[in-house]
Design a protein around this ligand. Structure first.
Ligand code: UDP
Ligand code: MG
Length: 320
């Protein structure tokens, strides 16, 4: 018999021994107040600290906690996907364990959900808690991807959102290995509404992000959700071909009128280097897409579960 749970809270955790305890302390009373039945699905994303043993001890004490222990670190987006697969709630909310997604907002989200919305997105009012550089790069990124992609990816929204079971079931059918979650959420559509909040600083422990990871994340978003970079090269190619024909005409006329002149080393070399450089960039862009095709075509499972313990320590609602 399927278990019916009103609300699932999904939490990916990676080396969070300092945060887990505070998370439950703050979220628990709010969740219990809000719904009649709930579950927590914590996905341990290959932590190397005491996270697993803390979770094990907790799962023995609590009757509402399922722990999915992944075989290694797969990254937050993949960990979330594992969480979705194991969640059973009518409504599902992914949350960070560091309390940067304020649980107080759940009340407003549930209210909107009960009004009939399928997805309630928590949108940050400002990026005050981020550094200047992070704010700038984020706004550039959203401007860029907004122009390049067909789906409207909302700026200032992360994974913190409430989703109806129907949305989750569709999300679970998306097969891609590259899990740019913000994009996938946006691609799904459904009846969506925003609620606004101030994002606080991380409460305990420290962030696992650095600028290199953010950069790769941004590239992932662009190359997974747009083919504009490919198309740009058709335009660049056309433009350069036209300029070249024009220049060819000039050279022919000049040769006919003034005869052959040998000098031309500098212009020749700069043309070769310029075109060679453009070629390499073009190949690099092609490579980005081919690399993605390669990864997708291997059809490896998205994640590997080492073991599951706690409340629902059995099969996921759909294995992949
Ligand atoms: N996280 C994860 N796997 C990772 C990195 C992070 O599951 O490889 C989890 C982390 O434990 C936390 C959430 O994702 O619950 C957000 O991570 P973090 O606070 O480091 O990111 P930020 O808030 O700085 O974007
Ligand atoms: Mg955080």
């Amino acid at each position: 018999m399927p278990v019916t749970v009103e609300l699932s809270i999904l939490v990916p955790v990676f080396n969070e021994e300092e945060s887990i305890h505070y998370f439950f302390q703050r979220v628990d009373p709010i969740v219990k107040e809000l719904v009649g039945s709930h579950e927590y699905v914590l996905v341990n994303d290959g932590s190397r600290d005491r996270t697993v043993s803390i979770l094990k001890a907790m799962a023995e004490e609590r009757s509402d906690l399922t722990v999915i222990n992944l075989s290694r670190n797969f990254g937050k987006d993949v960990a979330l996907s594992a969480g979705f697969d194991y969640s059973r709630g009518q409504a599902v909310v992914p949350m960070d364990v560091d309390l940067q997604d304020p649980p107080e907002l759940l009340e407003e989200m549930m209210a909107k959900y009960r009004e009939g919305y399928d997805m309630v997105i928590a949108v940050r009012k400002s990026r005050g808690s981020d550094s200047w550089f992070k704010r700038m790069s984020a706004s550039w990124f959203y401007a860029l991807i907004g122009r390049m992609s067909d789906v409207a990816i909302p700026a200032n929204a992360g994974d913190f959102r409430l989703m109806d079971r129907r949305v989750v079931e569709v999300l679970k059918t998306l097969p891609e290995r590259s899990r740019f979650m913000k994009g996938l959420f946006a691609w799904l559509g459904f009846r969506t509404v925003d609620v606004y909040y101030e994002r606080p600083e991380r409460a305990h422990g420290h962030s696992k992000w650095n600028y290199w990871k953010l950069w790769n994340f941004a590239l992932d978003g662009i190359f997974s959700f747009s083919t504009v970079p490919l198309r740009i090269w058709s335009y660049i190619g056309t433009l350069i071909a036209m300029v070249s024909f024009f220049y060819l005409g000039i050279i022919i006329v000049r040769t006919v009128v003034f005869g052959v002149d040998v000098p031309g080393y500098a212009s020749l070399l700069s043309a070769i280097l310029f075109l060679g450089g453009l070629n390499l960039i073009g190949i690099g862009i092609l490579g980005e897409y081919i690399g993605r095709l390669f990864v997708e075509s291997k059809q490896r499972p998205l994640y590997i579960v080492d073991n599951v313990f706690g409340y629902g320590g059995d099969e996921p609602s759909s294995a992949r």
